[in-house]
Ligand binder design. Structure first.
Ligand SMILES: CCCCCCCCCCCCC[C@H](O)CC(=O)SCCNC(=O)CCNC(=O)[C@H](O)C(C)(C)COP(=O)(O)OP(=O)(O)OC[C@H]1O[C@@H](n2cnc3c(N)ncnc32)[C@H](O)[C@@H]1OP(=O)(O)O
Length: 648
C-alpha cells in the first residue's frame, strides 16, 4: 500500500488544532511535509475556532529530521535551491511567533530538524524513552533550523555543545531534567496532555501558576506580629546539631555553607565519625557537581566540631535536635540542653511529626521552643517549616526565619499539629495509593500516572525513598490524630516482613541498584496480593477499573481535602503559604501553582462532588471536609482568606 505522505490538521471541540506529520517510517521533513506544515500553521493561525495548536508525528515517531535524500540530490546536482526555506518562514514566523500557543507532542524520536521544530514550539510534552538529538554533524552539516540557538537556551551551553558536537542524543526523561521537555506522560495520554497544556498556555494558566508561586514565595516573609513588630533578628554565630544521621548531617552542612560555626553531637565515637563523614561527603558532592569550590568546602569543614558531650553548648545561640522520632529521647535531650545552654539559646527540633509541646514537656523555657523542620536532603531542599507553639516567642521565630534565609532556605511559619503543614496535607498521598492498590489497581501504573501529573515520584516509590520503617514508625501517630480519615493498609508492614525496607536496602516496590534507575520488582506482587486478601476491599473480589484521571483524583483530591482542614485550622497564615510548602517540600509541580492554587483551577465544587461520591463508595477516607463543603456550596475559592485570622 502506498505510504501516506503529508500533513493533516484536525480541530477538536476544545479549539485545539492537531497538526500531524505523516511520512513513514520516520516522518522525515521532505519538501511536501515542509510546505504542508507552512500551509497548516498558516491556516491554524487564521481560523477563529482555533485557540491553540499541537504538533505531532504519525506512527509513534515525531520526526527523524530533514529529508537526507535532499542532501544527496544537492551533492549530485550542486543545485542549492533544492534546500527549502525553513528557518525563517516556517520555524520563526509561523511557529515560534505563532499568535496561538503551540505545543509539541513528542513520541519515539525527534532528531535533527525534527527536534528543531519541537524547540520552536512553546512547550514540549513527551512520552517516556523518546530519543532527542541533533545528529547533523554526522552528515557533515550543522543543525540548520535554529537548533544551535534554541538548544543552549533550553539545556544550557555545556550540554547543548555536547549534544551537537558529539551528535549525542538524550532520552525524554533526561530532557525533562534538563528543561528540554516540559512534561513527561505515558504515550496513551500524550495527545490529551498536550492539548491541555496548549489550552493552559492559551488561558495563561501555566504562566499564571508560575507567577503565583513567585509572589507566594515572597509573601511567606510576612508573619503578622513577628516581622511587623519592630524586632531585630539576633545573630546565630554558633549552632549545635544533635544527631549526625541523614537529617542532622544535612542540617549541619547547610549551616556550614553559610559560614555558621557548628557543633555536631553524637552519642558515641562511631556514630560521631559517621556523622562527620556524612558532612564531608555532602560537601564533596557539591564540589564534584560544580556547586561549591574546593576551598569553600575546606573553609566550611573548618567550622565544624564533633563532640560527645555538652561542654561546647555553653555559648551556643541555637540547638537543633535531629535524633530519631522517639518522644522520650527528645524530652530527655530538651531537658538537658535547657540546663546547659545560655538563656537566650533557641531550642529547636527537626521533628517531622511529633507535637512540640510534648517534646518540651519537661522544660520551663517554652518560649524558646520551636520546630525547624527541614526536608531531606536538608542541604539541598529549600523548604524550612518553622513550627511555632502557642508559647514560641516572636523573637525566636524571627531569629529562625533570618537563619533560614541565611542558609538559603525558604522559611514558612506554620502551626503545631501532627505533620505540621506539608506532611499533614500529604499524608493522604500515600494512603490513597495504598487504597487503589488494595482495590486491585496496578501499583506501577499508579506511580506512572502520578508522575505524569507532574509529581517527581509516585506515592509508592516515594515510600521506598523515605524508607518503610519510617512509614511504620509514624503510622500510629497519624492514626491517633486523624483516625476518622485514615485508610489502614497492611502493605507497609508486609513489605518490611518480606525484607523490603525501601531504597535503604535496595528493595521495596522497586529494585535499587547503584548506577541504574529503579526497576519495578514483579516479585513484590505476591506481597500486594497478600495485602489485598487481608483488606478484602475489591468489589466482588475483582479489581476496580479506573481511568488515569480517576487515579489522579483518588490520590490528590484527599490531599486537597486535608489542605482544606489545614486552612480551616489556621495551621498556615495564608493559602499561598501552603502552595509554596507543597512546591518546595513535596515538589508539587510549580506550573500548577501549588496544591491550593491547582485545586481552585480544578474547582472546589467538582472536587467536593467527586469526594462525596467516592466516600459513598469507599468510606471516610474521602469524606469531604467542612471547609471544602462550605466553599463548594458558596461558590468560593479555597484560597479566599477566612473571615477569622489564622490561629498564629
Ligand atoms: C549537503 C547539502 C548542503 C546544503 C546546505 C546545508 C545547509 C545547512 C543544513 C540546512 C538544513 C538542516 C536542517 C536539519 O538541521 C538537518 C537535519 O535534520 S539532517 C537529518 C537529521 N536526522 C538524522 O540524522 C537521523 C537519521 N536517521 C536515523 O538516525 C535513523 O534512521 C532513525 C531515525 C533513528 C531510525 O532508525 P531505525 O529505526 O533503525 O530505521 P533506519 O535507520 O533503518 O531508517 C528507516 C528508513 O528511514 C530512512 N531515514 C531515516 N532517517 C531519515 C531522514 N532524516 N531522512 C530521510 N530518510 C530517513 C532510512 O534511510 C531508512 O530508509 P529505507 O532504507 O527503509 O528506505
Amino acid at each position: 500500500m502506498a505510504k501516506k505522505i503529508g500533513v493533516t490538521m484536525e480541530v477538536g471541540n476544545d479549539g485545539v488544532a492537531v497538526i500531524t506529520i505523516s511520512n513513514p517510517p520516520v516522518n522525515s521533513l521532505a519538501s511536501p511535509i515542509i510546505s504542508g506544515l507552512k500551509e497548516k500553521f498558516h491556516a491554524a493561525n487564521q481560523r477563529s475556532d482555533v485557540k491553540a495548536i499541537v504538533l505531532t508525528g504519525n506512527g509513534g515517531r515525531f520526526s527523524g529530521g530533514f529529508d537526507i535524500n535532499v542532501f544527496q540530490q544537492v551533492h549530485k546536482t550542486g543545485d542549492i535551491s533544492l534546500m527549502p526555506e525553513v528557518s525563517i518562514d516556517l520555524v520563526c514566523n509561523l511557529m515560534e511567533d505563532s499568535r496561538k500557543p503551540l505545543v509539541a507532542a513528542v513520541e519515539g524520536l525527534a532528531l535533527g530538524g525534527g527536534l528543531e521544530l519541537a524547540m520552536a514550539c512553546h512547550a514540549r510534552v513527551a512520552a517516556p524513552k523518546a530519543q532527542l538529538g541533533l545528529p547533523e554533524l554526522t552528515l557533515g552539516v550543522i543543525p540548520g533550523f535554529g537548533g544551535t540557538q534554541r538548544l543552549p537556551r533550553l539545556v544550557g551551553l555545556a550540554k547543548a555543545t555536547d549534544m551537537i558536537l558529539l551528535s549525542k542524543s538524550i532520552t525524554s526523561e533526561e530532557g525533562q531534567k534538563l528543561g528540554l521537555v516540559d512534561a513527561l506522560v505515558p504515550s496513551g495520554g500524550l495527545l490529551s496532555t498536550s492539548r491541555k497544556w496548549a489550552l493552559d498556555i492559551a488561558d495563561g494558566h501555566t504562566a499564571k501558576a508560575l507567577v503565583h508561586v513567585f509572589f507566594a514565595q515572597r509573601a511567606t516573609s510576612k508573619v503578622p506580629n513577628v516581622t511587623d513588630a519592630g524586632l531585630k533578628p539576633r545573630p546565630m554565630k554558633k549552632v549545635a546539631v544533635i544527631g549526625g544521621g541523614l537529617m542532622g548531617s544535612g542540617i549541619a552542612t547547610a549551616l556550614l555553607l553559610s559560614n555558621t560555626r557548628v557543633v555536631l553531637k553524637e552519642v558515641n565515637p562511631e556514630y560521631l565519625q559517621k556523622g562527620l563523614k556524612s558532612v564531608e561527603a555532602n560537601l564533596k558532592s557539591l564540589v564534584s557537581r560544580g556547586k561549591l569550590t574546593q576551598d569553600k568546602a575546606g573553609k566550611a569543614l573548618s567550622l565544624l566540631k564533633g563532640v560527645l558531650d555538652y561542654a561546647e553548648f555553653k555559648d551556643v545561640d541555637m540547638v537543633i535536635e535531629a535524633v530519631i522520632e522517639n518522644i522520650q529521647l527528645k524530652q530527655k535531650i530538651f531537658k538537658e540542653i535547657e540546663e546547659i545552654c545560655p538563656p537566650h539559646c533557641i531550642l529547636a527540633s527537626n521533628t517531622s511529626t511529633i507535637d512540640l509541646n510534648v517534646i518540651g514537656e519537661k522544660t520551663n523555657s517554652k518560649d524558646s521552643i520551636v520546630g525547624a523542620h527541614f526536608f531531606s536532603p536538608a542541604h539541598i531542599m529549600t523548604l524550612l517549616e518553622i513550627v511555632r507553639t502557642e508559647n514560641t516567642s516572636a523573637q525566636v521565630i524571627l531569629d529562625l526565619m533570618a537563619l533560614g534565609k541565611a542558609i538559603k532556605k525558604v522559611p514558612v511559619v506554620v502551626g503545631n499539629c501532627i505533620g505540621f503543614a506539608v506532611n499533614r496535607t500529604f499524608f493522604p498521598y500515600t494512603q490513597g495509593a495504598h487504597m487503589l492498590v488494595n482495590l486491585g489497581v496496578d501499583l506501577f501504573r499508579v506511580d506512572s500516572v502520578i508522575t505524569s501529573f507532574g509529581m517527581p515520584l509516585g506515592p509508592l516509590q516515594l515510600g521506598d525513598l523515605a524508607g518503610h520503617g519510617i512509614g511504620m514508625a509514624v503510622k500510629d501517630i497519624y492514626a491517633k490524630a486523624y483516625g476518622d480519615r485514615i485508610f489502614r493498609s497492611p502493605l507497609t508492614e508486609l513489605l518490611l516482613k518480606s525484607g523490603r525496607n525501601g531504597k535503604i536496602n535496595g528493595r521495596g516496590y522497586y529494585i535499587y541498584e547503584k548506577g541504574s534507575k529503579p526497576k519495578p520488582d514483579p516479585s513484590v506482587l505476591s506481597v500486594v496480593e497478600e495485602s489485598r486478601k487481608l483488606t478484602n476491599i475489591m468489589p466482588g473480589g475483582k479489581p476496580i477499573s479506573v481511568t488515569d484521571k480517576e487515579i489522579v483524583e483518588m490520590i490528590l483530591f484527599p490531599v486537597v481535602n486535608e489542605a482544606c482542614r489545614v486552612l480551616d485550622e489556621g495551621v498556615v497564615i495564608r493559602a499561598s503559604d501552603l502552595d509554596v510548602a507543597s512546591v518546595l517540600g513535596m515538589s508539587f509541580p510549580s506550573y500548577r501553582g501549588g496544591i491550593v492554587f491547582w485545586a481552585d483551577t480544578v474547582g472546589p465544587k467538582y472536587i467536593y462532588e467527586r469526594l462525596k461520591r467516592l466516600s459513598e463508595t469507599y468510606g471516610g477516607f474521602f469524606k469531604p471536609s467542612r471547609y471544602l463543603e462550605e466553599r463548594a456550596m458558596n461558590g468560593m475559592l479555597l484560597s479566599e482568606p477566612k473571615a477569622s485570622r489564622s490561629r498564629m
